[in-house]
Design a protein. Structure first.
Length: 149
């Protein structure tokens, strides 16, 4: 096989006519691009979301609500979940490091414990936040809670 014998696989190419190659192409001087204007020129690239002078959609639609830039998002665990996770992963204490090592949270996540469900064994917690109900339930079964700064 030589270089001049190479050709694309059957069905790989679809273009029949070469545009912008004169009258003989059958597409004339405008090459199917219409008459004049920015889009008929070589090298034309449309800006993303440009609507040709029409009022853009982000200006037509009303702005709604408020996004608090200081909101703190937590990865939330209920006491019922902690009971199951303790059995599954053999956790001695629930800490951000233990949860990350076991693939339950991302490295940058903050952890909050909520009081839904029950806890039967005393276990130590080192987390970023805990609800009052959860704290009372943990201390009732002999566990401790340490809030990380």
């Amino acid at each position: 096989m030589k270089l001049h014998q190479l050709k694309p696989a059957q069905g790989a190419t679809h273009k029949d006519k070469r545009l912008g190659r004169g009258e003989a192409s059958g597409h004339g001087g405008t090459s199917t691009k219409g008459n004049k204007g920015q889009q008929s020129r070589a090298g034309y690239k449309s800006k993303m979301a440009h609507e040709g002078g029409q009022m853009p959609i982000q200006r037509r639609l009303p702005k709604r609500g408020f996004k608090n830039p200081h909101r703190v998002e937590y990865a939330v665990f209920n006491l019922g979940q902690i009971e199951q996770l303790q059995a599954k992963y053999n956790l001695q204490e629930v800490s951000v490091e233990n949860l990350y090592v076991n693939g339950l949270i991302k490295k940058t996540d903050k952890v909050k414990i909520l009081g839904n469900g029950g806890l039967t064994t005393g276990i130590n917690f080192k987390v970023d936040a805990v609800s009052e109900k959860a704290k009372a339930a943990i201390e009732a079964v002999g566990g401790t809670v340490e809030i990380l700064k």
